[in-house]
Design a protein around this ligand. Structure first.
Ligand SMILES: Nc1ncnc2c1ncn2[C@@H]1O[C@H](COP(=O)(O)OP(=O)(O)OP(=O)(O)O)[C@@H](O)[C@H]1O
Length: 299
């Protein structure tokens, strides 16, 4: 388990990370979301033991992270600003990581390089931004670490590769209990992968919640009626959102699923179905309830 206990980092008069207390359970996928400058990269670097806290502490499975080689051997950091040795090839980087990480899986590296269509003997500086990211991701998952810290890792990847990377992460989470912590300013990029999301704002964690918990008791329903409904038709519902286009309504409401559907069916819709809620919708609704306007913080 990763634990930040009042973790604080200052750069001169800027407090980039401000007394953060947070926990990341092993085997979960933690999304760290926040606008530009919120402190995501700094916090991620503290979790990975790259930056020392000025105040507070970061622990991994009860051990301090900073300057702890044994703990660092269990962590891989995929930086937003890609780091490769000058003039290096993927093969050089693989050999470097193989020396550092005891559990580096070389066979898997070969397999993934070929699956992603990357030439391991070509100079990385000649690769595109997305290809460089792919090399980092492949080295990251092949290092066999327990924790993977990803800073804007999906940014710049095309949709097919993004999905492939998400599948790789999901496979490692399921098969060997990997714990990825993924920082992004875009909630949509964390869709389908995170089970826990923390919202960072001005260096502090505003909100940290389990997605299944957030989804509980919140439903989105699309229904069509013979004619537009009167204004007071939805009065008996705990509505979070209502959209209307003629006689087509899309509502997001709190409540118990069967009770909600029974109430709508009593209104005699010609069509009615439950729709899945997007991560963005869940998050917006939930943070509104907690008193924050997430649209102002993220979009
Ligand atoms: N090395 C540094 N020296 C001085 N200030 C820094 C340094 N690194 C970060 N900061 C400041 O700390 C604050 C948080 O920066 P950080 O990079 O952690 O934010 P972020 O949430 O990752 O932003 P982005 O989404 O834009 O990458 C910002 O105000 C930034 O200017």
């Amino acid at each position: 388990m990763i634990k930040a206990d009042n973790a604080t980092k200052r750069f001169d008069d800027i407090t980039a990370v401000d007394h953060i207390c947070a926990e990341v359970q092993n085997g979960s996928v933690y999304g760290l979301i926040g606008s530009n400058g919120a402190g995501k990269s700094t916090f991620l670097r503290m979790l990975a033991g790259i930056l020392a806290p000025d105040e507070g502490e970061v622990w991994i499975d009860g051990e301090k992270v900073f300057e702890n080689t044994a703990v660092k051997n269990r962590c891989f950091f995929i930086s937003d600003e890609q780091f490769f040795f000058p003039n290096s090839t993927p093969q050089d980087m693989k050999n470097y990581y193989r020396r550092f990480y005891d559990k580096f899986d070389e066979q898997r590296y070969f397999k993934l390089m070929s699956a992603f269509g990357l030439d391991e003997t070509r100079k990385i500086r000649t690769f595109s931004k997305g290809m460089k990211k792919q090399v980092s991701v492949i080295c990251g998952v092949c290092s066999g670490t327990d924790y993977l810290f990803c800073d804007e890792t999906f940014d710049g990847l095309d949709p097919v590769v993004r999905q492939a990377v998400k599948s790789l992460f999901a496979e490692d989470v399921a098969e060997r209990g990997l714990t990825p912590v993924i920082a992004s300013h875009n909630l949509r990029e964390l869709e389908d992968i995170c089970d826990h999301v923390g919202l960072l704002h001005r260096g502090g964690i505003l909100f940290s919640r389990d997605l299944d918990e957030m989804k509980l008791g919140m439903y989105k329903v699309q229904c069509i009626f013979g004619a537009p409904l009167p204004e007071d038709a939805w009065n008996g519902f705990d509505l979070l959102k209502k959209e209307q286009r003629g006689s087509l309504y899309t509502i997001t409401a709190r409540g118990e699923r069967d009770e909600l559907m029974a109430k709508i069916n009593k209104m005699n819709p010609t069509f009615c179905e439950l729709l899945p809620l997007t991560l963005e919708e869940i998050f917006i609704n939930e943070t509104e309830v907690a008193g924050y306007d997430v649209k102002k913080l993220l979009f």
